[in-house]
Design a protein around this ligand. Sequence first.
Ligand code: AMP
Ligand code: MG
Length: 440
Amino acid sequence: MITSETKNTSLNDLIHRLSGCSGAHPHEHPRDLSVNKAQEIIAQFIQPIHQVEKIGILQALGRILAEDVISGMSVPAHDNSAMDGYAFAGDALSETDESTYRIVGAAYAGRPFQGSVAEGECVRIMTGAVMPDGCDTVVPIELSDQVGDTQIKIPAGRLQAGNNRRRAGEDLAIGKTALRKGKRIRPADLGLLASLGIAEITVQRRLRVAFFSTGDELRSLNEPLDVGCIYDSNRYTLHAMLTRLGCELIDMGVVKDDPILLESCFRNATESADVVITTGGVSVGDADYTRQIMSQLGEVASWSIAMRPGRPMAFGKLNSNGKSAYLFGLPGNPVAVMVTFYFFVKQALLHMQGAENATPILVPATSKFPIKKRPGRTEYQRGIVELNAQGELEVSITGSQGSGILRSMSEANCMIVLDHDHNEVHAGDRVKLVLFDGLI
Ligand code: AMP
Ligand code: MG
């Protein structure tokens, strides 16, 4: 039998092909799927959206470019001065003798010198001012000696022809690709677009993401906390992570472990969003109806992933009244929610918007202390990384690493990633980590 490689590949086919499971029982899902395989299955199953919109660049931070931006002009448009000083023709500079130039005028940024400059002449010039005709070199004020009001002297051997001149087009030449399709717009990109005079760009439309928490024990903020209940924190971390990804949020609140309520909520979410994210109810407890309802509404795999935290996770596609949405049924434990979001959902949401590869960069560091680790699963430990006296990165874990201990995430500034086959870590071993923050 030929397995289809096309867009319509079913989730089951993909799972069987990529996880190496036999196809004998098409509805049997693999146990303890590795993180890499799960990421691969998600990446192949999820299809990018193709709707785009034109927006002003001030609205574009974090959005994903839907087409290349080609420069319609050279930046800078003219050769100009990199320093405050005097501009002149550099070919007469001597290595052995000092040179003298007569000042014939001044050039300011935005107010060019109008005439042309002959041999032995120079123009007082400010940073950013257009180089006058006949000039290719600028001597900075501090390297020149002014003689009266009309002349300068430049000591021998301090300067070469062409120094301190910025060339037209050195930032960006006309006709060149300034930004590539798939780029997530960052502050520098907004500045670059503005420097090209571009006020609007075409970006992928924002993804609509519906999310809700499931569990009888969950209370929302401002509700009384009955005995045995806890506040729902997952919806707040999800809200924050999805906001940073630039998604349009549909916050559907807390849903009780009740099959009828759950089904109606899944249907609403599927009919109004591109992606549905839930937390809780995907393990095998008695009240975990979430899994059951999800599988009734679409093609959903219930995974046990070889990872810690975050083992149970559901993934697939839901259908309701002719609409469909991708589903991520994340675990209930707050740290597991964040870990599965960062290492599965985030990439998938970016991929859906046609973003360039968004795999996080792993940075090497030395572990200050031993870390327990069992081979056969990927572990994500919350860490604090700092520079030691030798200027090298050293990391230690943030106390208790239980998957319910959200404080471990809050105190951490990085996540230590211990690969599937990694054994326990000894003090002084090299480990890999993902930093939480870079520059803003
Ligand atoms: P579950 O997978 O539904 O059994 O949930 C696993 C654990 O995570 C339980 O201790 C839940 O109380 C906890 N949990 C589930 N959802 C949330 C939530 N939204 N906020 C905080 N803790 C939660
Ligand atoms: Mg629950």
